[in-house]
Design a protein around this ligand. Structure first.
Ligand SMILES: [Zn+2]
Length: 340
C-alpha cells in the first residue's frame, strides 16, 4: 500500500556539506560548538572549489529527491570559490529536478574584502534572475557594517536575509544586533539562545542542534512561524519531522505530532510550487502526522513534478544516473579531503 503527499521542503540546508561524510577527523578533538566550526566546517569550506561544490550539490539534490524533498533553501559558503558558486549550486539542482533557493553566507572571517565579495555574489546571482535570499553566516562573524549592508542589499533586491541566529552561546548578542534590521521575510536559523523576539521565520534543525550539543531551541515557545531544516545532514524531512517531534516531547509531553507537521507545511511560503509536486511513499498513511511520527523508514517511491514530469521512479532519479553521481562525488570528496 502506498500514499501521496506534496513535495517536501528542506527549510535550511548546506549542500556543500554532502561530501563531508567520511571526512578525516580534525587534528584536535572539538569540545564545543565554536571548536566544531573552527576545526571541521571552516576547514572544509576554505578547501572547496567550484567542481567540488557542483558534485556536492548534485549529490545532495539526489539525496533530497530520493527522500521526497523537491525544494531546498540552501546556505552556502566557499571563501576560496565565491564568484559563480551560487550558479553552480542552482545548476546542479536543476539538473536533478529539485527547486532551490540559494544564498551565499557573507562573513568577515576572511577579511572585509571577502565579505564584500560574498555580498556581490548574492547581488549578482539574484539580480540576474536567480532564485535566492541574501545569506549571512551569523552576526558573531560579521561587523555591524556588513550586517547593515546585507540587510540593505536584501531590501534593494526585494528578498529576505537567510542567517544563522544564536545557534551557540557564542552568538548571544545576535538578538540585540539584529533587532533593528530583521524583517518579516528573513529566515532566522536555529535561534537556540535568542534572547528576544525578532521578525522573521525560524528554521528549526533538531538533529543538527543535538549533534552540536548547542541545547534545545524550544521552537514551540516562539511566536514566529517555524519551518524545519536539516542544516546539511541530508534532506529527509519526514525524518526531521520525527526528530522535531521527539525533541519537543522530551521537553513537553503534551505536544502532538500535528505541530511538527505544521512546521513542514509552513515552508511552502518559501517554495509554493512544491505543494503541487506529488510524492508517492512506501506506506499507506504518509499524510498522517500521527502515523509518520511513529513510522521510521518511510521511503519515497516516486516523485512527479507540478509540470507532470516523473523525477523519481522506483525510488531512483530519472534525470541523472545515481551511480555516476555517487562516483563523481566520491572523486570530488577525495580531492577535498586531500586538500584539507
Ligand atoms: Zn546552517
Amino acid at each position: 500500500m502506498t500514499s501521496n503527499t506534496s513535495g517536501l521542503v528542506c527549510g535550511h540546508h548546506h549542500l556543500y556539506s554532502s561530501l563531508a561524510r567520511g571526512m578525516p577527523a580534525p587534528p584536535k578533538q572539538p569540545t564545543n560548538f565554536l571548536e566544531i566550526l573552527q576545526q571541521v566546517w571552516w576547514r572544509l569550506d576554505t578547501a572547496l572549489d567550484l567542481d567540488m561544490i557542483y558534485w556536492s550539490a548534485k549529490l545532495g539534490a539526489v539525496d533530497a529527491l530520493m527522500s521526497g524533498t523537491t525544494g531546498i533553501i540552501d546556505h552556502h559558503e566557499s571563501p576560496n570559490a565565491i564568484e559563480g558558486s551560487l550558479d553552480v549550486i542552482a545548476q546542479a539542482c536543476q539538473e536533478v529536478g529539485v527547486r532551490v533557493v540559494c544564498s551565499y553566507g557573507v562573513t568577515d572571517r576572511h577579511g572585509a574584502e571577502a565579505g564584500q565579495r560574498g555580498l556581490e555574489e548574492n547581488r549578482r546571482f539574484i539580480s540576474s534572475g536567480g532564485r535566492g535570499m541574501v545569506g549571512v553566516h551569523a552576526a558573531f562573524t560579521c561587523s555591524d557594517e556588513l550586517l547593515e549592508s546585507a540587510s540593505g542589499l536584501a531590501k534593494d533586491l526585494g528578498v529576505g536575509v537567510h542567517i544563522h541566529v544564536a545557534e551557540g552561546i557564542e552568538d548571544i548578542a545576535a538578538g540585540s544586533r539584529l533587532e533593528n534590521l530583521a524583517q518579516s521575510d528573513w529566515l532566522l536559523v536555529h535561534c537556540v539562545h535568542l534572547d528576544r523576539n525578532l521578525r522573521g521565520t525560524i528554521a528549526h534543525n533538531p538533529r543538527s542542534n543535538m549533534n552540536n550539543g548547542v541545547g534545545y531551541a524550544r521552537p514551540a515557545s516562539r511566536s514566529n512561524k517555524i519551518i524545519l531544516g536539516t542544516d546539511g545532514i541530508g534532506a529527509d524531512m519526514l525524518e526531521e519531522m520525527r526528530l522535531a517531534y521527539v525533541a519537543y516531547r522530551a521537553d513537553d509531553v503534551t505536544l502532538s505530532p500535528d505541530l511538527a507537521w505544521s512546521w513542514l507545511e509552513n515552508s511552502y511560503v518559501f517554495i509554493p510550487e512544491c505543494r503541487d509536486d506529488q510524492v508517492t511513499w512506501s506506506y499507506d498513511h504518509s499524510d498522517s502526522p500521527w502515523h509518520v511520527a511513529f513510522t521510521p523508514g518511510i521511503r519515497a517511491l516516486s516523485v512527479r513534478s507540478s509540470e507532470g514530469e516523473s523525477l523519481l521512479h522506483d525510488g531512483l532519479p530519472t534525470r541523472v544516473d545515481l551511480d555516476e553521481v555517487r562516483h563523481k562525488a566520491s572523486e570530488a570528496a577525495a580531492r577535498l579531503f586531500a586538500k584539507m
